[in-house]
Design a protein around this ligand. Structure first.
Ligand code: HEC
Ligand code: HEC
Ligand code: HEC
Ligand code: HEC
Ligand code: HEC
Ligand code: HEC
Ligand code: HEC
Ligand code: HEC
Length: 484
């Protein structure tokens, strides 16, 4: 114990940043540890030694930013309570960090990450609350019950709405939670510790792809898996020991030249751009939607300030990242390939599929979504396989573009969706109810048009004659070489 305090004192002497009495400026360290923090530390060293150790190894400790500087609260704040004579808070929010990191907080707060908690009304929420879940999880804050699937699933990535009970104790249906778009009692959005885990708040960890991989993985958005497959991921796993993830300045192409991590492309600095906490500023497409849309148009619907930043500018920002390692031609041609995949998916499957699903709605209406086979097929086609294909193409993961992507899209489209809709149209047409029979006829007509179009005619054996001859010729040669 004595040695620790000696170390703390030494750090205060050596690491003491210029004294600034106020906590209002950007990233100021204190000359020495505050008395309050000493109080917390002394007692917590016995009760939560792990937290004290993490903090002691952090940049905050070196700058004398201690327990009290983050956990202190003001009288009247919703999350304030008295803890051993200290008025403080368990919930530490971007607003608390903004006292010293106002720029990061402003950028983060303007990003979609900060809005990720707004998932109410989505199809996914219906899945978690009704299809997978029920309201059997009752707590003091939710006497009517919450869905355990949503609390321990969705909300852990997207963020809960933290609800406080008597004495500012957070309700267990809402905390612990480090979801990136958490809605906090002070009205702020997000959780910085979604990426900067407490209590090291390490940038090494934030630059590591596994940090993003807590959320960006799985059947619907396998960015982590795509990255691992890409040449960039391979370079990271082989060469991370020379990547200088701990460098204070970490510029793509300079300190980090062997290959990019998620953070390099989406957030970190380049020779021409600063670090940003708004990854949307480097994206041209929004591929979360059924039909991909340009980012400025998608932001406009949300009313985000970034809607005035055109998708072309954002594309330039991303190309600038690539340009720290690659030639302009490689970068440009990569994006030509990427755009072609988006157009293929949008044009061949997403737009006609959406149109057919819209026409099918009057015929599906009796049941709730997901009680009908067509809903499951369409959900997996657009929200799972369709996203996988687009994410694979965006980040150079060919297995996701193809086998986990467009292959699955095509299988679901031809093998499952078309037969389901044809059956639906046929049975509706035979109905005695004229409205239903009419809706069936409309669906049938559109199905015929779609399946007769150049993209899909092959399915009913109507492949273009020249194309058919070319393919037959190639198939023969292939079988001679490889066998069947
Ligand atoms: C005299 C001892 C003591 C002092 C002083 C003290 N704490 Fe604690 N604190 C505790 C104990 C004991 C717990 C409960 C630990 C447990 O649940 O394992 C606790 C819990 C906490 C929690 C978690 C509360 C929860 O409900 O999860 C936070 C955050 C916390 N303390 C921060 C601080 C801060 C910041 C200070 C200084 C301003 C401080 N503590 C001062 C003993 C102390
Ligand atoms: C840089 C800001 C910062 C500093 C410094 C800091 N904390 Fe925290 N602390 C947080 C954040 C953020 C959380 C997560 C709370 C939440 O989910 O809202 C947290 C959570 C906690 C918790 C509850 C979480 C758990 O894992 O049990 C305890 C206890 C705690 N802090 C104690 C301390 C103590 C003791 C110190 C000083 C040694 C300290 N904190 C220093 C920001 C900080
Ligand atoms: C009282 C001021 C203060 C508060 C409050 C504060 N920080 Fe810091 N933070 C600093 C200072 C000073 C540094 C620089 C430390 C250094 O040079 O390593 C820093 C550094 C950091 C770093 C970079 C660490 C590294 O390894 O280079 C991160 C990340 C960070 N803070 C996140 C947070 C988050 C998240 C919060 C809120 C939960 C927070 N800070 C609250 C003052 C503060
Ligand atoms: C493992 C973390 C994780 C879980 C669990 C999770 N999501 Fe997501 N969700 C994400 C990520 C990451 C994205 C963004 C993917 C992208 O950008 O491609 C996303 C995207 C979404 C979107 C699209 C948002 C938009 O901008 O169009 C909705 C809606 C959504 N999720 C709702 C839910 C619901 C409801 C649940 C629970 C049934 C859930 N998610 C479970 C991580 C998760
Ligand atoms: C999506 C993950 C993510 C979230 C959420 C996040 N950060 Fe960061 N942050 C990073 C990454 C990655 C870096 C390292 C950037 C680089 O390469 O230098 C970083 C760097 C920092 C730094 C070091 C200085 C700098 O700008 O490089 C500070 C301070 C910081 N973040 C504060 C915050 C605060 C405060 C919040 C909450 C408002 C926050 N971060 C939320 C990923 C995140
Ligand atoms: C705790 C979960 C979580 C973590 C960790 C996380 N994200 Fe996200 N991210 C999300 C969710 C959820 C969304 C979808 C937000 C929406 O569209 O509503 C998202 C959206 C994004 C987007 C699209 C943003 C936009 O403006 O369209 C990018 C890019 C992104 N994340 C990159 C990253 C990177 C890089 C990291 C790691 C440094 C990271 N994320 C860490 C959950 C997370
Ligand atoms: C080589 C740079 C690079 C790396 C490394 C990288 N990405 Fe991306 N990412 C991109 C590009 C390019 C796009 C598509 C941009 C566009 O649409 O213009 C993208 C798109 C995204 C999106 C938006 C998806 C959507 O639904 O619209 C998310 C989220 C994302 N990346 C997360 C990650 C995560 C997480 C990692 C690490 C596991 C990662 N990225 C690694 C370049 C990269
Ligand atoms: C920090 C350096 C760095 C950055 C930044 C970077 N790359 Fe790479 N990239 C590499 C390395 C190294 C390779 C492997 C080169 C090789 O084997 O020929 C590579 C390979 C590639 C390949 C070949 C993939 C394959 O499977 O053959 C493409 C395409 C590519 N990068 C595109 C991009 C794009 C697009 C961006 C920006 C969104 C980008 N890179 C950003 C370092 C980088």
């Amino acid at each position: 114990m004595r040695i620790r305090w000696w170390l703390l004192g030494l750090a205060a002497l050596l690491g003491g940043a210029p004294l600034s009495g106020s906590a209002g400026a950007q990233a100021i360290g204190l000359r020495e540890l505050s008395d309050e923090t000493r109080g917390c530390y002394e007692c917590h060293q016995r009760h939560t030694p792990g937290i004290c150790g993490q903090w002691g190894a952090s940049g905050h400790y070196r700058s004398n930013v201690g327990c009290y500087e983050c956990h202190s609260a003001n009288e009247g704040e919703p999350d304030a309570y008295v803890h051993y004579d200290f008025l403080m808070s368990n919930i530490v929010t971007p607003r608390d960090c903004s006292r010293c990191h106002d720029r990061e907080v402003a950028e983060f707060s303007a990003s979609r990450h900060a809005l990720a908690g707004e998932i109410e009304g989505s199809l996914q929420q219906l899945l978690a609350e009704v299809v997978e879940g029920n309201r059997a999880f009752k707590t003091a804050g939710f006497p009517e019950g919450a869905s355990a699937a949503a609390v321990a699933g969705c909300a852990q990535c997207h963020g809960s709405q933290v609800k406080l009970l008597e004495g500012a104790v957070p309700d267990p249906a809402t905390w612990p939670n480090t979801g990136v778009g958490r809605v906090n009692p002070d009205g702020s959005r997000g959780a910085c510790h979604a990426c900067h885990a407490t209590h090291m708040f390490s940038v090494v960890q934030a630059r590591h792809p596994d940090t993003c991989g807590k959320c960006h993985l799985g059947p619907d958005h396998p960015q982590k898996e795509v990255y691992e497959e890409s040449k960039h991921g391979i370079a990271f796993f082989a060469l991370q020991h020379v990547m200088r993830l701990d460098a204070p300045r970490w510029v793509a192409g300079e300190e980090s030249f062997t290959g990019p991590t998620c953070a390099s492309c989406h957030l970190a600095a380049t020779p021409n751009q600063d670090v940003t906490h708004d990854p949307g500023l480097r994206l041209s497409w929004n591929n979360r939607l059924t039909v991909s849309e340009r980012m400025d148009a998608a932001d406009e619907r949300l009313g985000l300030a970034s809607m005035d930043i055109t998708w072309e500018e954002r594309r330039m920002n991303m190309k600038d990242v690539c340009g720290s390692c690659h030639s302009e031609r490689l970068t440009d041609h990569f994006f030509v390939q990427y755009d072609a995949v988006i157009e293929l998916y949008n044009g061949k499957f997403a737009r006609p599929g959406q149109e057919l699903m819209d026409l099918a709605q009057p015929l599906l209406a009796e049941g709730a979504p997901f009680s009908r086979r067509a809903d499951w097929i369409w959900y997996e086609l657009a929200q799972h396989a369709g996203r996988r294909a687009r994410h694979g193409a965006a980040m150079a993961g060919p297995d996701y573009t193809h086998w986990h992507g467009l292959y699955d899209v095509a299988r679901l489209f031809y093998n499952d969706l078309m037969p389901a809709l044809e059956e639906l149209a046929a049975s509706a047409q035979a109905s005695a109810d004229p409205a239903r029979s009419d809706a069936g006829a409309k669906l049938k007509q559109r199905l015929e048009e779609v399946l007769g179009s150049a993209d899909h005619a092959w399915w009913r054996g109507a492949l273009n004659v020249d194309e058919k001859a070319r393919r037959e010729e190639a198939r023969k040669r292939f079988e001679e070489r490889w066998g069947r």
